[in-house]
Ligand binder design. Sequence first.
Ligand code: E4P
Length: 211
Amino acid sequence: MRIFLDTADVNEVRKRVDTGLISGITTNPTLILRSGRKPRDVYRELNDLDYITDVSMEVTASTALQMYNMGIELSDTFEHATIKLPCTEEGLKACNMLNNEKVRTNVTLIFSPAQAILASLAGARYISPFVGRLNDNSVDGLQLIKDLHELYLPCCQILAASIRDVPSVSKAFANGADVCTLPPAVFDKMYEHVLTDTGLAQFNKDDAQTL
Ligand code: E4P
């Protein structure tokens, strides 16, 4: 069971990495754009952070060979790179080629068991089902996690993505996710419970009165 942060904002990662609770990061072209920075500058800083041993970096080329070349280059440059590829015919060809070179891969934009089966056969280390985007389209995203878990896909881990709220995190793990990647704000909310706050206030009050 692992938690990744889903962001390309290095400062947001830095603020939370010392908790030791986060072991990886996922990025995508939208998150990189939002950071206002060059992808490689972001990747370098994420790659070099303590505790972080896995950084998903998405390739954006259109052919398998281009994706493969980009993936090899990123993986040669960044020790902790995981090459993120789309679940398309070309993306899966590239995944297979990268897998043959022992490069760690993450097949993204997975919305069905059939796609997950193909990604697993292509040697993906991670498959990333998008829970929130399925929910947005009136399909139960957490059920997909369960369906994928029940397939017992060999050698690949389920990385639950597009998670938008705290209850979905525990449910995704209960349904068989190996990793959940979370926006920083969702990670922060995982600590929160009103009974923890009131309980702690009472304990502190009592402690102050103890002889
Ligand atoms: C996962 O790897 C993606 O970067 C991400 O979780 C997508 O989330 P969104 O649907 O909230 O954009």
